[in-house]
Write a protein that binds this ligand. Structure first.
Ligand code: AMP
Length: 293
């Protein structure tokens, strides 16, 4: 595996591989790898000839009051984990390489970015994500890019960018990888102390409870949400949002008649956590799109 710092080096490496007939897979990350990240790398390794993982803690998607300075960073460990997954290139640029002096462009997706995490974290968040992902697509020119369904809204925003800007990349959304007790893996889980770690399981349990209500034949959004809310209250968790939204448009859903996303965000101890389940209107099978760690 090569660790590359510059855009020019990545372009040269990708150009050579493509010249030799390889397809290119990209896994964008902010590092602090866990099984969720590794599952994306594995899928990229299985499907594409040259696997590029980007490792960049993107400052523009953090608000001033968020955890940019404390975000877990361990490039040495990450490099070893990526190498063990057969990754070909770890692209770990500096902020100045990504955002040189005079950088003035912003990729803004209207609508989808104004709700849920866009409302909670501010509009800058998805602008930062859309802009850096668009740059990564321009630098790496992947045939396929791999994202986690854990960040369901992010997947929809990225798909919209690709469609609206006619970018020649296929987006693959990969299942949420969870801890054995159901907590969705996240780099931010390291912020949880023992008490918060125990309470954090309530997020997935709340989504399970809601899904069980749907499974029992109740399609009313309010009833479904109420069952989830009760689990959160029981764990003393005050959700930033707990919402039922259309799985493609993110419009609010009152009655589950098509695929819907049940999404939650909450501060638990020192961590802000998000989770979601895909609720299939037609039945519960594969409804969580989950993978075991
Ligand atoms: P991050 O480093 O947090 O920006 O995440 C990089 C990629 O890994 C994103 O596409 C995330 O959605 C994905 N990811 C993070 N956590 C998980 C998880 N538990 N399961 C699957 N994918 C994940």
């Amino acid at each position: 595996m090569r660790i590359l710092r510059t855009i020019a080096e990545v372009r040269a490496a990708v150009g050579a591989a493509r010249g030799a007939g390889a397809s290119v897979g990209l896994v964008p990350t902010m590092g602090a790898f866990h099984e969720g990240h590794l599952s994306l790398m594995r899928q990229a390794r299985a499907e594409t000839g040259l696997v590029v993982v980007s490792l960049f803690v993107n400052p523009t998607q953090f608000a001033p009051n968020e955890d940019l300075s404390t975000y877990p960073r361990d490039e040495h460990r990450d490099a070893a984990l990526a190498e063990a997954e057969g990754v070909d290139i770890l692209f770990a640029p500096s902020p100045a390489e990504v955002y040189p002096d005079g950088f003035a462009t912003n990729v803004h997706v209207a609508g989808l970015t104004e709700v849920l995490d866009g409302a909670s974290r501010g509009a800058h968040h998805f602008d930062g994500v859309a802009t850096v992902v668009t740059k990564l697509f321009g630098i790496v020119t992947p045939d396929v890019a791999y994202f986690g369904q854990k960040d369901a809204q992010q997947v929809l925003v990225v798909r919209r960018v690709v469609r609206d800007l006619d970018l020649a990349v296929r987006i693959e959304a990969c299942p949420i990888v969870r801890e054995p007790d159901g907590l969705a893996m996240s780099s931010r889980n390291v912020y949880l102390d023992a008490d918060a770690r125990a309470r954090a399981t309530a997020l997935n349990r709340a989504l399970d409870a809601a899904e069980a209500v749907l499974g029992s034949g109740e399609h009313g959004g309010e009833r479904i949400l109420a069952s989830a809310r009760a689990v959160l209250v029981d764990a003393s968790i005050d959700a930033e949002y707990l919402e039922l939204r259309d799985a493609e448009t993110l419009q609010p859903v009152r009655v589950v008649e098509r695929d819907a996303l049940l999404l939650v965000a909450a501060r638990v101890g020192a961590a802000r956590l998000i989770d979601n389940h895909l609720l299939r209107a037609g039945g519960a099978e594969e409804s969580r799109g989950e993978a075991a760690a």
